[in-house]
Ligand binder design. Structure first.
Ligand code: AMP
Ligand code: ZN
Length: 475
């Protein structure tokens, strides 16, 4: 166990708290996962990068950690305020596919992004539709706090004292609930079980004591966290939008289930939004940025990870291509520094990286301040008093927290070819060799012509680049 206590911001108390694990040998974290009706945008991925950083910090500080992310493949409606269609049903109808095909496709795409972003702390993925019997059992156990209307079984939020404490909003006016479900007792009441409308067959429906239907979205997370982690567990995470509706509803269910004031988790943590120029990045606008969009534009996925690490998870972060370019340059510098150390490494261990390690630990122990942790890595790599072997060992250690995969990636990995590239790497290298020849023969007209032809193909030749880059993709 390391020395600096871990401090985390708990949305429940709206304050920084010292993390006290329930069981230090088995720390348990639950992260609300994607609804797999579409691709995840890079804002969504910010939520999972934050959760991964949390998991990495916990492990790095010596706590064996179980980390679950769920896959929501049923129940999430087009409105968080519990009205509208099921997102999955809607996507399936729009694409004339089965819900199972839709779920499989977007789950796979999501997991591919998880891998590309080096999100490694997840020990288990749980799938909502694998838990229907447990959801029905849970619903039965809290039925005393529910009532039935035409739409199904609804939770009566007036039955739990302090409902919505997490959101700190009054239930009637704080959440813009314009809720057309008729028969509800309180505007904030939400579906536990959504009955299939008479005469209509949903693609996903199950028998239940309240009729054929499907579970409500909030029920899923209470049930999966209970089934896999037990209540109370240590930390529950999600995007800050979940602080307003989804998590207060999970808490209400958990309290009804245990008949006590426990919220289900000790600490509730929320990442702030990734913004674009029009505001919060979302899918409703139609077009949205995916990780693949960044790769197609010639960026390594880990440049996006670094961009997120440069901001505090509780701050809004504005996405811009300039920001991403800057993060990409910083990543390149790190990769070059590591490459140079590898060349010079003779195995001798001289000096100690302890002070930098302390700097890094203090930063991440201060509510996961990764922005302050990055300079600790950069300064350590640049410290000539430490032998290359010491610095490379420090790199592996520090990267356990940062997840930039710096020991493995090299400069060729960073030369991501944009989707519309016309030249292969081999062709670029051949052109550069021809240009070098032309230059040594003092045939500058030819060398310039080659450079211009490369530029026309989106490749910038980088003579005398301080990082030793021969070429880069023009942005
Ligand atoms: P969803 O698939 O809509 O349930 O979202 C998955 C995760 O992304 C949730 O934790 C959301 O709170 C989070 N999220 C959604 N939009 C953003 C955004 N623009 N920036 C950061 N996180 C977001
Ligand atoms: Zn959830």
């Amino acid at each position: 166990m390391t020395e600096t206590p871990l401090k985390l911001y708990n949305s429940l108390s709206r304050s920084i708290e010292t993390f006290e694990p329930i069981d230090p040998s088995d720390v348990r974290v639950y992260t609300c996962g994607p609804t797999v009706y579409n691709y995840q945008h890079i804002g969504n991925m910010r939520a999972f990068l934050f959760a991964d950083t949390l998991g990495r910090v916990l492990r790095w500080k010596g706590y064996p950690t179980r980390h679950i992310i769920n896959i929501t493949d049923v129940g999430h409606l087009t409105s968080d305020a519990d009205a509208g269609d099921d997102k999955m049903e809607k996507a399936a109808a729009a694409q004339s596919k089965s819900i199972w095909d839709i779920a499989a496709h977007y789950t796979e795409a999501f997991k591919a992004d998880v891998t590309r972003l080096n999100i490694t702390t997840v020990t288990e993925w749980t799938v909502a539709t694998d838990h229907i019997p447990q959801m029905i059992d849970f619903a039965k156990a809290i039925e005393k706090d529910c009532y039935q209307i035409e739409g199904g079984l609804y939770f009566d939020t007036s039955k739990v004292p302090n409902y919505g404490a997490l959101a700190r909003a009054t239930t009637e006016d704080g959440e813009n609930r314009i809720d057309p479900v008729s028969g509800k007792r309180n505007a904030a009441d939400f579906a536990i079980w959504r009955k299939s409308p008479p005469g209509e067959q949903r693609q996903m429906e199950w028998d239940s004591p309240w009729g054929k239907g499907a579970p409500g979205w909030h029920l899923e997370c209470s049930v999966m966290s209970l089934a896999h982690l037990g209540h109370p567990f240590d930390i529950h995470t999600g995007g800050i939008d979940h602080r307003e509706i989804h998590h207060p509803n999970e808490i209400a269910q958990n309290q009804a289930y245990c008949g006590c004031a426990d919220t289900g988790a000790r600490i509730w943590m929320h990442n702030n939004f990734l913004l674009d120029r029009s505001g919060k990045m979302s899918k409703s606008a139609g077009e949205f940025l995916r990780l693949q969009t960044l790769v197609d534009a010639g960026f390594h996925p880990l440049a996006y990870r670094l961009m997120c690490l440069q901001a505090h998870y509780r701050s809004e972060l504005e996405f811009s291509w300039d920001n991403l370019v800057a993060a990409n340059v910083r990543l390149k510098r790190l990769v070059m520094a590591v490459a140079n150390l590898k060349i010079r490494d003779d195995g001798s261990m001289k000096g100690e990286a302890t002070d930098y390690r302390k700097q890094l630990e203090d930063a991440v122990s201060d509510d996961l301040n990764t922005a302050r942790a990055l300079p600790a890595l950069e300064e350590m790599l640049a410290d000539k008093k430490l032998s290359p072997a010491v610095r490379l060992a420090g790199l592996v250690d520090f990267d356990g927290v940062l997840g930039l995969d710096l020991a493995a990636i090299d400069r060729t990995d960073l030369r991501v070819r944009p989707a519309n590239a016309t030249l292969s790497e081999a062709e670029i290298d051949a052109q550069l060799a021809a240009r070098k020849e032309a230059r040594s023969a003092k045939d500058f007209a030819r060398s310039d012509a080659i450079r211009d032809a490369l530029s026309a193909a989106g490749i910038e030749v980088m003579d005398g680049d301080p990082l030793g880059w021969d070429w880069r993709v023009e942005i």
